[in-house]
Design a protein around this ligand. Structure first.
Ligand SMILES: [Zn+2]
Length: 369
């Protein structure tokens, strides 16, 4: 195929800082962007994590604003007005995915730089250039695309090590999808998540992400369970956040995230984390794309070792009849879904069989393995 009309694209955060105690550097970094500074934080993060820094923030003239709880149009409007009235020069968002997305969108709308300080390593949202907007009742509404990715991402590994381990493991599930989805997009020459074709940079970071998970995933989990900051934990935090973030945006999505979206058709899966559902989507993708038995063995074993779901039951799905699961498969195959980045024609029936095969193999390994 000719590459004449293909446009290759990659997106990156401006700066990525990861270390122990780097949260303390936030005021200094904010200062370099301007005089008037605001931090958006959830109530629990403010109380439990920012506490020791609040006096410094105050003396540095930083406004600390509490997040309303959901990334909705109403909340975005409220914060946008606050930024404009106070003539804020730079906004930081600290917390989980929703606070991060809200800070990114508000800063983009008001044309000011944004600094992202995730307090958990559960998704690759901190470095990405998009945010998800929900309705007042918490239902997915739309994806907002930013002009630029965040200017600075600050990841304090001490904070991550003290967060519940389930977040880190879920982040590994999200990161696990990166290489497989990138590989599918490369095979079929499908567009990535920033409206271009995969660069070599995107693809090789996606591969490095996968290799890092396989080598250091279990060790990092053990470290986090015991609140220990180790080189393995550092590597996995980087894989979950930076490598996975650049990897998915610059190399594209495929089956895993489409199955994740499909699972939202079943209310019983709603309490499970993004990365947990994505991990099951990875397993489905292996069956759908005829992955080698050796590769299946590697991926199932990894999921079992770190504690990612390998069966539908572990995602709350107990009704395994065809009709129920078909709802997931149909949703995963909607025309706009990234599952169509896979080779060949993808139909709900094929996806249904792949999901059931993924689940059966997960069960078989658990009880007969
Ligand atoms: Zn994801």
């Amino acid at each position: 195929m000719s590459t004449k009309n293909r446009v290759f694209k990659s997106v990156f955060p401006g700066k990525y800082i990861q270390g122990e105690g780097v949260m303390g550097e936030l005021p200094e970094i904010m200062k370099s962007f301007g005089e008037k500074k605001m931090i958006l934080s959830s109530r629990s993060v403010k109380k439990n994590i920012l506490m020791e820094h609040l006096d410094t923030f105050k003396s540095d003239g930083i406004l600390v604003e509490e997040f309303g709880g959901e990334c909705t149009e109403k909340e975005i409007d409220r914060l946008r007005n606050l930024v404009l009235i106070n003539r804020i020069d730079v906004l930081a968002g600290t917390g989980g995915g929703k606070v991060i997305d809200t800070a990114k969108i508000v800063a983009d709308m008001t044309n000011i730089p944004v600094i992202i300080v995730p307090t958990i390593a559960s998704t690759d949202a901190p470095v990405s250039g998009c945010g998800v907007i929900y309705s007042e009742t918490g239902v997915f509404k739309s994806v907002y695309y930013l002009k630029m990715n965040p200017q600075v991402v600050i990841v304090d590994v001490r904070v991550i090590a003290n967060a519940p381990v389930r977040f880190l493991v879920s982040g590994m599930g999200d990161a696990l999808s990166t290489w497989f989805e990138a590989r599918s997009c490369e095979r079929t020459q499908s567009m990535n998540a920033c409206d271009g074709y995969s660069t070599q940079a995107g693809l090789s970071l996606a591969k490095l992400c996968y290799d890092t998970l396989l080598t250091y995933g279990s060790m990092a989990k053990m470290a986090c369970e015991n609140k220990l900051i180790t080189p393995a934990l550092h590597r996995i935090v980087e894989a979950n956040t930076l490598l996975s973030g650049i990897g998915f945006e610059s190399s594209g999505l495929a089956t895993a995230h489409a199955v994740h979206n499909g699972l939202s058709a079943l209310p019983e899966t709603h309490d499970y984390f993004h990365g947990e559902k994505v991990a099951f989507g990875v397993l489905t993708g292996l069956h759908l794309t005829d992955a080698s038995p050796a590769e299946m063995e590697t991926v199932y074993k990894f999921c079992e070792e770190v504690g990612l779901p390998t069966t539908l039951k572990e995602l709350g799905v107990v009704n395994l009849n065809t009709e129920n699961l078909m709802k997931v498969a149909v949703k995963a195959c909607e025309p706009q879904e990234s599952i169509h980045h896979e080779a060949g024609e993808i139909t709900p029936e094929k996806v249904l069989f792949a999901m059931m095969a993924a689940d059966k193999m997960g069960n078989y390994r658990k009880y007969h393995g």
